[in-house]
Design a protein. Structure first.
Length: 345
């Protein structure tokens, strides 16, 4: 009997317990992760925090294995201890403690790790929402929703500001927080008569809350940069289109020039480059050509000198014809008739 009274005194009246707050009992399934929040007084903000394990505080020891981590947030005066991959052997008494000279302030809680899924549970220990919005938490196996400081709202008793608690089929407590405010951020917990499950709520600021100064442009710097990029791309596109048009025009001009040259060559070949003279001059040129050719034929047996003279005369006559302008169709007929007469002679 005396031992039990002594244990109760140690657990409830030991030095420093009134300056630290946490839940009293947590149940978690094997291999799951559980986070325990520990709230402390402002005067402990700059001191190290740790978790200790043991049934009696004076005989407990600091938890140092790699699956346990402690993270302090002095701004909100809360440190949290996270146990990963919980094992059944991790079950027992734990202490949220602050390291100081003399006696360390501390607060106890009991952690139970079970093989089966515990009766009190949530899908996640962290939820978030935006200022002015709503957020809903489902507490399986819970009868109350409470702040970490101890104010609660339940199925049939208690209430919290901008909080509605509903019972879904007797097994799920549906908790909805309306018109969220930044100060709503913090730790809460789902509770039944045996244990608690901590839940952390984060409320984010909305963009519409930002105020603008009339003398200050609210246009983000990236807007001007985007405009410059669009202007540069437009200029490049215009240059590309102009270059393409000029290239097409140059190509068409070359094609037209080549076509004109080909047409002139074809017409020149069809019109037979002959001298543009009167019928009389053309007939005389034809007679000279005939006489030279006849002389060459008659002097086939002549000497080499005569042959060269005849060839020169023939060349000069033909060159003269080539250098003159084109004949008309009537001139061509006269030349032909003259050549026929010479042949008949």
């Amino acid at each position: 009997m005396m031992e039990r009274l002594l244990l109760m005194f140690v657990l409830t009246h030991a030095s420093g317990t009134q300056y630290i707050q946490t839940v009293s009992k947590i149940c978690v399934q094997k291999q799951q992760t559980i986070t325990v929040p520990c709230l402390y007084d402002q005067k402990y903000a700059n001191h190290p925090k740790y978790m200790s394990c043991g049934g009696v505080w004076i005989f407990s020891h600091s938890v140092t294995h790699s699956r346990m981590s402690v993270e302090d947030d002095p701004a909100v005066k809360v440190f949290k201890a996270t146990l990963r991959e919980a094992e059944v052997s991790d079950s027992g008494w734990y202490w949220c403690a602050v390291s100081m000279s003399g006696s360390d302030p501390h607060k106890y809680l009991y952690l139970q790790v079970t093989e089966a899924e515990p009766g009190l549970r949530v899908s996640s220990q962290t939820v978030s929402g935006y200022e002015g919005g709503n957020v809903t938490i489902l507490c399986h196996g819970a009868s109350h929703w409470c702040t970490i400081r101890g104010s609660c709202a339940g199925r049939d008793a208690g209430s919290l500001e901008r909080t509605v608690v509903r019972d879904d089929d007797g097994s799920v407590l549906r908790v909805t927080l309306y018109q969220l405010q930044k100060e709503d951020s913090g730790w809460y917990y789902c509770a039944n008569k045996d244990s608690q499950m901590p839940v952390h709520l984060t409320v984010h600021l909305t963009i519409t809350q930002c105020t603008t100064n009339p003398s200050y442009s609210s246009t983000p710097p990236s807007t001007d940069r985007q405009f410059l990029w669009l202007l540069l791309l437009g200029a490049m596109l215009l240059i590309t289109v102009c270059a393409a048009v000029m290239l097409i025009r140059a190509r068409n001009t070359r094609k037209q020039s080549a076509s004109a040259e080909s047409s002139n060559l074809h017409e020149g070949m069809d019109k037979q480059q002959l001298p543009t003279e009167t019928g009389k001059n053309s007939e005389a040129a034809c007679e000279n050509l005939y006489e030279i050719m006849t002389g060459i034929k008659q002097n086939t047996q002549g000497n080499r000198k005569n042959k060269e003279v005849a060839c020169e005369n023939l060349y000069e006559t033909m060159t003269g014809i080539k250098q003159n302008n084109q004949l008309t169709a009537i001139d061509n007929k006269n030349i032909y008739a003259s050549m026929v007469r010479k042949v008949k002679k």
